[in-house]
Design a protein around this ligand. Structure first.
Ligand code: CMC
Length: 427
């Protein structure tokens, strides 16, 4: 196989070296293209652009394969979320001592500074919790200005602990704000998922007992969302971080990117759509017809993926959890039945088959959150809590990579040619 590709235009030749990844993926190295030829590449949506060499997550979208640091996602389902976070951030599975130290360092930072409490009170009660999460994450930086230098490894380490520890507290408090209940402080003897559930659902008036099956399912969902290579929010974290911004601000930008309905906001949309279908006498086919209509902007949320052209391996596992947990928590859920019917109809429809549109990670996750009593607007927040270690790992890899330059794409200008300014009274 050739290790160079030649691009020829108007008598100018450019020899592009071929970079080969550890799983055999090949990429053209065009870093010198503009310098040598004056040409740039045009790739809106970056569908063919490799923006980084990364050793964190491998996806084979055609085969439906997802691996974190080489481990298939299916084999990580018995690990703990903090163990998987360690793996993503540090590259290896932790020994029990390393995991214990990591856990202890995180739990030391679960409290928010008391002077952050009024921030929550200042938001409208119906504020979307993703807006609160992004704002509060950025606001965290204001408390740690002496310890957030992205080029200082000690500052980076403590910022990682602070973010991993405090984001569940921020997330739960944004929910408490929306329902007017007292904020519940973190409890360091609880596991990561259990502590979050306690801050969400406990009230000071009575003891809270967490259902272990619910905590286990949440832990697993966090693991399944933990990283997904160069998706929109991760690329945002890298993009913002490439300007040498601190970790808090970079993660805040990633949370905002995740909020969009084409990205992490889709889990909320899925359940809303399932409710609409149920209210319309379970007319699944009408919604599938709308999704296929080129004149209708409606798309089936939870279907399709830029990279997967096969069943999303996360969706497969999430469907199994949904089968178990939704049944146990709420019995026969009509929305789960609608979802399964929708999947069946779509997977047998030529439009979806031809375009290789399969259920993605967001299709069944919302039904599980809903059965746990988590309200709709909190669904993308749960996605963000899961994705946090991936964002951190990717940001760290980017800052440590000697090839990193500020991210600054080129463009193809198609606006007006040169013209001279016309004063207002002459226009
Ligand atoms: N329903 C109906 N048609 C769809 C859908 C869908 N969910 N997804 C893609 N298509 C069609 C699209 O209209 C286009 O058709 P045509 O070739 O006739 O114009 C074709 O499939 C290719 O779509 P695309 O928009 O070029 O694909 P993309 O890779 O740019 O977009 C996507 C990927 C995930 C944004 C898109 O599939 C989508 O909007 N899905 C619904 C939202 C969703 O579930 N998002 C969560 C993604 S997974 C988790 C995450 O990243 O957060």
């Amino acid at each position: 196989m050739s290790d160079r590709a030649t691009i020829e235009l108007d008598g100018v030749t450019f020899d592009a070296p071929v970079i080969v990844g550890s799983e055999g993926e090949r990429a053209l190295d065009i870093r010198r293209l503009r310098l040598d030829t004056g040409l740039v590449t045009y790739d809106p949506g970056y569908g063919n652009t490799g923006s980084a060499q990364s050793a964190i997550t491998f996806i084979d979208g055609e085969a439906g394969v997802l691996r974190y640091r080489g481990y298939p996602i299916e084999e990580l389902t018995d690990a703990s979320f903090l163990g998987v976070s360690y793996l993503l951030i540090h590259g290896e599975l932790p020994t029990s001592e390393e995991l214990e130290r990591f856990r202890r360092n995180i739990t030391l930072h679960t409290l928010l500074r008391e002077d952050m409490r009024p921030f929550f009170d200042a938001f409208p009660t119906d504020a979307h919790p993703m807006a609160i999460l992004a704002s509060a994450t950025n606001a965290l930086s204001t408390f740690y200005q002496d310890h957030y230098d992205p080029s200082d490894p000690d500052d980076v380490e403590i910022s990682i602990y602070r973010l991993m520890a405090k984001l569940p507290t921020v997330a739960a408090w944004s929910y408490k704000r929306s329902i007017g209940q007292p904020y519940i402080y973190p409890s360091n003897e609880l596991g990561y998922a259990e502590n979050f559930l306690s801050m969400m659902f406990a009230v000071p008036a009575e003891p809270y007992v967490c259902d272990q099956d619910v905590a286990d399912a949440l832990e697993l969902l966090l693991i399944l969302h933990a990283d997904h290579e160069q998706n929109c929010s991760t690329s945002t974290v890298r993009m913002v971080g490439s300007s040498h911004l601190n970790l808090f601000g970079s993660i805040s930008a990633g949370i905002t990117a995740l909020w969009g309905p084409r990205h992490g906001g889709a889990n909320q949309d899925v359940v809303q759509t399932l409710m609409q279908i149920h209210e319309s006498d379970d007319d699944v086919k009408a919604f599938v017809a709308r999704a296929k209509d080129p004149k209708d902007p409606f798309r089936l949320p939870g279907f399709g993926h830029r990279v997967y052209k096969n069943y999303d391996p996360r969706a497969r596992i999430i469907k199994e959890i949904a089968d178990r947990v939704v049944g146990k928590l709420v019995g026969a859920d009509p929305l789960f039945e609608v979802a399964q019917r929708l999947e069946e109809v779509a997977l047998n429809d030529d439009f979806f088959v031809e375009r290789k549109l399969y259920p993605n990670v967001d299709f069944y996750s919302g039904l599980i959150y809903r059965s746990m009593g988590i309200p709709l607007p909190m669904f993308p927040v749960l996605f963000a809590l899961g994705r946090l270690p991936g964002w951190i790992a990717q940001w760290k890899e980017m800052t440590e990579d000697p090839h990193t330059r500020i991210n600054r794409p080129r463009q193809v200008y198609v606006g007006a040619g040169y013209r001279t300014f016309v004063p207002t009274d002459e226009r």
